[in-house]
Design a protein around this ligand. Structure first.
Ligand code: SAM
Ligand code: ZN
Length: 347
């Protein structure tokens, strides 16, 4: 293990735990070991492999292994051939969302990017003075993120293999937990939310990006057409034929959007219920829950915004079916941990 990764683990031992038994971990040889159940966790390519299977009742569906195999074959979103720190910054800041995040997340905080894929956001947010841990089940994706980090000498990004249903972090460990485009690829998105929400410290924030129930309509229609025509008419999705991005990234987008083995769809109303049940308060969302309110350069992502009423939210939901086609029909909710989550017996 590189000394930077080992130093980071030593400095952050208090937040790590065994994903199998929640016992304490210690550095052991070139890896990690649980001092309670004695499980060894190797570190390869500077990535601690702390994956633990979900271990649900066999009667319950668990797509974790299937999704893992899919992303091992198709790491997402992948990198452009020429990517470096400058291009990463340029591309991220061209997108308003990443720019606002970078401008408004304070320095010195600890962030978990849960389901980080190939780690663009992890690396981008870690360029400034923030410790960002990107976790994913997919080792090939993590290796790409780690390779980019090493090539560009980024000091504060770290990549760990972890199943979000079996965290290798203790509760209350992060100022901000981000999970962008991940929970809808699990068998139980609410359980996934509950599990990662426990990792947020009191008064910390969670940000989740999910597929929208109506926002996916255009993508679903395209998928049908692709399936019927054996993937002809790919030009119907401009990103697949864009000359501005590498073939690897275009392929990754095509596979992620149109050949994914599992995805679910959600609404902001549903997420509001999740927040209620876990002791979080709504802060902001994209799109806004209020009619005719867009996202501008001056948006304060972490300032509490007015939550639209049921009727406004209904119209915003419907509106998603018209504009969902371009970015994959995605919505984002930011929430703040307000109360202590209910005791496990009361859940
Ligand atoms: C669509 S990609 C999103 C990647 C990245 N967050 C982004 O926005 O570009 C979904 C990612 O979720 C990861 N994932 C799915 N189920 C997971 C689980 N149970 N634990 C951890 N990661 C998971 C996949 O391996 C994949 O890399
Ligand atoms: Zn253990």
């Amino acid at each position: 293990m590189h000394s930077k990764e080992a130093d980071f683990i030593k400095q952050n031992m208090d937040i790590l735990c065994c994903p199998g038994c929640e016992g304490r971990l210690e550095l052991s040889g070139s890896g990690l070991k649980c001092i309670n159940c004695h499980q060894d966790y190797p570190v390869q390519d500077n990535i601690p492999q702390l994956f633990w299977p979900s271990e649900w009742d066999p009667s319950r569906q668990d797509v974790t292994e299937e999704i893992k195999s899919f992303y091992e074959e198709n790491p997402f979103p992948n990198y452009d051939d020429f990517d470096n720190v400058a291009s990463l910054i340029e591309k991220a800041r061209n997108g308003l969302f990443a720019k606002l995040l970078d401008d408004q997340i304070p320095f010195g905080v600890r962030i978990l990017d849960c389901g980080c894929g190939t780690g663009q956001l992890t690396n981008f947010l870690a360029i400034a003075n923030r410790a960002v841990i990107g976790t994913d089940i997919c080792l090939n994706s993590l290796r790409m993120g780690q390779k980019f980090k090493e090539k560009n000498a980024l000091k504060r990004a770290f990549f760990y293999q972890m199943n979000l249903f079996r965290p290798c972090f203790k509760p209350d460990s992060f100022d901000l937990v981000i999970s962008n485009g991940v929970l809808h690829h699990t068998s139980d998105p609410f359980l996934a939310f509950k599990t990662i929400s426990r990792l947020v410290r009191p008064k910390g924030y969670i940000l989740i990006g999910l597929y929208h129930k109506y926002g996916r309509i255009i993508t679903d229609i395209r998928r049908r057409i692709f399936n019927i025509t054996k993937d002809k008419f790919k030009f119907l999705d401009r990103r697949i034929i864009s000359k501005d991005i590498s073939q690897a990234k275009r392929d990754a987008w095509f596979m992620d959007q149109y050949k994914n083995p599992h995805e679910s769809k959600h609404t902001i109303g549903e997420v509001l219920q999740w927040l209620d049940e876990t002791g979080f308060t709504f802060v902001n969302s994209i799109p806004k829950t209020v009619l005719f309110k867009g996202l501008g350069e001056s948006e304060k992502l972490f300032n509490p915004d007015r939550l639209g009423n049921l009727f406004e939210r209904f119209l915003v939901d419907i509106g998603m079916s018209f504009k969902g086609g371009r970015e994959g029909g995605f919505f984002v909710v930011i929430a703040k941990r307000s109360n202590l989550p209910p005791l496990s017996g009361q859940e």
